[in-house]
Design a protein around this ligand. Structure first.
Ligand code: V3L
Length: 86
């Protein structure tokens, strides 16, 4: 894992950090140069596309969110995987 980098998915008014396990998987795929792959997240299969930087629910393509790899210190982080920072 690169020092200081994290993975985020889009929320309504900011970004959520992926849980550590999923972040680790994303980072490994990213380093391998994978472009498109499936991930199981909280019981649902999502297709992650690292070229368009989106995650899309596999069985419902209307459920799409932007994703980003960025420094841990970006200001508009809401929390981790739905768990709000206080
Ligand atoms: N990791 C964890 N939960 C996720 C992820 C993910 N990568 N992707 C979707 N979900 P959809 P606000 C989010 C959750 O895209 O107030 C946040 O974590 C998603 O949770 O339609 O809008 C918050 O818990 C949603 O509950 O498949 O910023 C919640 O939304 C559910 O899967 C509200 O965040 C369906 O998402």
């Amino acid at each position: 894992f690169d020092e200081g980098y994290q993975w985020f998915y889009e929320g309504r008014n900011g970004w959520w950090q992926y849980d550590d396990k999923t972040s680790g998987e994303l980072e490994v795929r990213y380093k391998k140069g994978d472009k498109k792959f499936e991930l199981l997240i909280a019981g649902f299969l999502y297709v992650v596309d690292l070229e368009s930087m989106r995650q899309v629910r596999r069985n419902d393509h209307t459920r799409r969110r932007r994703i980003r790899r960025d420094l841990r210190s970006i200001p508009d982080i809401k929390g981790i995987a739905g768990l709000k920072y206080l």
